[in-house]
Ligand binder design. Structure first.
Ligand SMILES: [Fe+2]
Ligand SMILES: [Fe+2]
Length: 284
C-alpha cells in the first residue's frame, strides 16, 4: 500500500484512539482568562485515574519538589497551568495509545521508554537553551506517535519496513519512505491534528526528522530532533538494528549548539535518561 492509500484507509478507521475528555476540558479551561487553580483541579479530579497519576508524577524526583504534594490543587499551583496541561496530556496520550502490544519487532515498553527518554533529553536541552522545558518534554513524549498508528493499523507495512531495515541497513525513516512513500511523521501528525494538539507539537511530530522545514517553532523541533538521535545513540530505541540518522546541521545551527557542547553535557543527560524507567512506571 502506498502513502495515499494509507491515509484513505486511516480516514475510514472509526476506532482511532481518542483522548480522555478531561484533557480537552483542561485545554479549554486554561485558554480562558481568569481561570483559577481550584477550577482546574476540579476538572482534573473528575478523572480519578489521571488525578492519581498526576500526583505520582509530581511527587517523583523528575520534578524535584522538596515537599510531598497531597492534592491535585497543590500540584496545579506548583506546576503552573501550562505544565499541568502538558502533564495531563502526556498521561492521556499514554492511556490512549499504550495497547501493550508486543507485535514482532515492536515492543511497546521499549517504544514508551524511547519516547519518555527523548522527552527527558529534550527537557534538559531546553533548560540549557532557555526554551520552555515542559513543552519540550511533552514534545519528546509525542514525537513518534505515528509509529503506533503504523503498528496498530498497518501491520503488514510495519513488517515490511522492519524487513527492509535488516536487508539494507538503513534508518526506520528511510525504510518507510521506500516501503510506502510516507513516514510515521505523516501518520502521527494526522492523528495529532484530529486530537487538536497544540500546533507546535503537531509540527514536532511532523518534522522531527527534517527540522529545517519547521516554521512554527524551529527551535523546539530542532531540540526534539537532537534529543531523539541522542536517545537512539544511547541505545534507547525499539528497533535496535536500524541505522542511526546523523544530526541535521540545521538543528545545531538553529540552536547555536555544537557536538562538543553535547559531549560536555553527556553525563548529566545520562542521569536524566536513567529516570525514564521510573517515569514509565509512574505514567502507566
Ligand atoms: Fe521519529
Ligand atoms: Fe524517535
Amino acid at each position: 500500500m502506498n502513502w495515499e492509500n494509507l491515509i484513505v484507509n486511516l480516514e475510514c478507521v472509526d476506532t482511532l484512539p481518542t483522548l480522555p475528555t478531561v484533557f480537552t476540558k483542561v485545554s479549554e479551561l486554561i485558554a480562558k482568562p481568569n481561570v483559577t487553580a481550584k477550577q482546574l483541579a476540579e476538572v482534573i479530579q473528575t478523572d480519578q485515574a489521571i488525578s492519581m497519576k498526576l500526583l505520582k508524577i509530581v511527587n517523583s524526583p523528575f520534578f524535584g519538589f522538596s515537599r510531598k504534594i497531597m492534592t491535585v490543587q497543590d500540584a496545579v499551583v506548583l506546576l503552573g497551568f501550562n505544565a499541568t496541561r502538558n502533564t495531563v496530556m502526556s498521561i492521556s496520550i499514554f492511556r490512549a495509545l499504550n495497547n501493550g502490544s508486543t507485535a514482532s519487532g515492536f515492543n511497546m515498553k521499549d517504544f514508551w521508554k524511547h519516547s519518555i527518554a527523548t522527552g527527558m533529553i529534550a527537557r534538559y536541552l531546553a533548560r540549557k537553551l532557555h526554551v520552555d522545558a515542559e513543552k519540550a518534554f511533552s514534545a519528546g513524549i509525542v514525537h513518534d506517535i505515528g509509529k503506533i498508528i503504523l503498528q496498530q493499523y498497518f501491520q503488514e507495512e510495519l513488517e515490511k519496513v522492519l524487513e527492509v531495515i535488516n536487508d539494507k541497513n538503513i534508518s526506520f525513516y528511510e525504510s518507510e519512505l521506500q516501503v510506502y512513500r510516507g513516514t510515521h511523521c505523516d501518520l502521527g501528525s494526522y492523528l495529532a491534528d484530529k486530537w487538536n494538539l497544540p500546533i507546535p507539537l503537531i509540527e514536532v511530530i511532523d518534522l522531527h526528522h527534517t527540522p529545517g522545514e519547521a516554521t512554527e517553532d524551529p527551535r523546539l523541533v530542532s531540540i526534539v530532533h537532537i534529543a531523539n538521535l541522542l536517545c537512539k545513540g544511547m541505545g534507547i530505541d525499539f528497533v535496535a538494528s536500524s541505522k542511526k540518522q546523523d544530526v541535521d546541521p540545521y538543528a545545531f545551527a538553529r540552536l547555536d549548539l555544537s557536538a562538543a557542547d553535547i559531549e560536555q553535557w553527556l553525563e548529566e543527560i545520562q542521569a536524566e535518561v536513567d529516570q525514564a524507567e521510573e517515569m514509565f512506571n509512574n505514567i502507566q
